[in-house]
Design a protein around this ligand. Structure first.
Ligand code: FE2
Length: 358
């Protein structure tokens, strides 16, 4: 099902953490992780690495800001032996984006600045094998060749991307998502739902990406409302992890589209979580698609994905409002944001959106 030349090798399922025992024998592991993980789950990582854990770095700064990433990156490998190392990132999308940068051993000062917003097709410095373990069911970052680095001072988003950015291995073990509280789980799942829908209403969609995305969206719309009062339900967590992974695989091929393009200004200006920013725009973008003359198959695929739960964008908006998201209205504000939409039509994500005429 998964092509390792395009995607990382994937270990999925409850106790997938055991796969660490056989990976990169003889190498030291440097572990970067978020602090909010249950002790038992952490112990399972240590046991699987059986004495190969050489360092542990905690990261709790949230969405990676350029200045912070730069400072961490500059000093990270000074006291380590990168030739003999593996980097293991355990956390949500922000942490995984951070370690996608850290796995490059910079050959000179300012390396990161020179590699932002240009595709990294060929590494010009030493690159340490990277293993990613998500602790949220959402971002899909474990299977995408992209990291988002923010410059919050300038309200600017940077992409660190290209084939060389892809991790070597993704270990998706839903046990590690059980530590995530409701709001984090909710926002992550809506990010994954956005990846699924953006892969469907995308000019680069294929039969395969549509299949992955439809399945992902169906799972999320069904499971997410049930999770709120059932956060320790591992079976539910596993289904949401599978959905996020499928949505991530679809998005890795299609890239995202208009809802993500709109979301970034929301995140930069209001410091909302990425999931909240996507939720804000998702029904509005679906309505734009419905009003467009795009391929009927795309509209049908959206209904296959979410039609069991929503009769249309307004009903999705009600669902999101019920989960206490702030959501842009569907009607009555077209004039105010038409300039924003017009400007985004020219951007790569805007051009991915199948609801715009070419
Ligand atoms: Fe996203």
């Amino acid at each position: 099902m998964f092509d390792p030349s395009i995607h990382p090798i994937i270990h999925f399922g409850t106790d997938a953490v055991q796969a660490l025992s056989d990976l990169y024998p003889g190498r030291q592991f440097h572990w970067v992780r978020i602090p909010e993980i249950k002790d038992e789950a952490l112990e399972n990582v240590r046991l699987a690495l059986s004495g190969r854990l050489a360092s542990e770095t905690l990261y709790s700064q949230g969405m990676p800001d350029l200045g912070q990433v730069q400072a961490l990156h500059d000093g990270f490998w000074h006291d380590k032996d990168p030739q003999n190392s593996v980097l293991l990132g355990l956390g949500g999308g922000s942490l995984m984006d951070l370690v996608k940068v850290l796995r490059f051993v910079p050959s000179q000062e300012g390396w990161l600045q020179q590699h932002l917003d240009v595709a990294i097709e060929k590494s010009d410095c030493l690159k340490v094998p990277l293993l990613l373990m998500p602790t949220t069911a959402g971002t899909g970052s474990e299977v995408t060749p992209t990291a988002t680095i923010w410059n919050f001072e300038k309200q600017k988003k940077h992409a660190f991307f290209g084939p060389e950015v892809l991790a070597n291995v993704a270990v998706v073990d839903p046990v590690f998502c059980c530590s995530a509280p409701w709001l984090v789980s909710r926002d992550s799942a809506i990010d994954a739902l956005s990846h699924a829908l953006e892969a469907i209403w995308n000019r680069h969609q294929t039969r395969q990406t549509a299949l992955w995305a439809i399945e992902a969206a169906q799972i999320i719309c069904h499971e997410l409302p049930l999770l709120e009062d059932d956060l320790d339900n591992l079976a539910r967590r596993e289904r949401l992890s599978e959905a996020a992974l499928l949505a991530g695989l679809a998005m890795a091929k299609t890239q995202t589209a208009l809802a993500h393009a709109l979301s970034y200004a929301e995140t930069a200006a209001n410091l909302k979580s990425h999931g909240q920013s996507c939720a804000y725009w998702l029904p509005f973008v679906w309505q734009l698609l419905m009003d467009s003359a795009c391929d009927a198959v795309i509209k049908e695929n959206v209904m296959k994905a979410v039609g069991d739960c929503f009769s249309g964008p307004e009903s999705m908006r009600d669902w999101l409002l019920k989960m206490k998201f702030s959501v842009h209205p569907l009607k009555g504000s077209e004039g105010q944001i038409s300039q924003q939409i017009e400007a985004l039509k020219m951007t790569p994500r805007g051009q991915n959106f199948a609801g715009f005429e070419v």
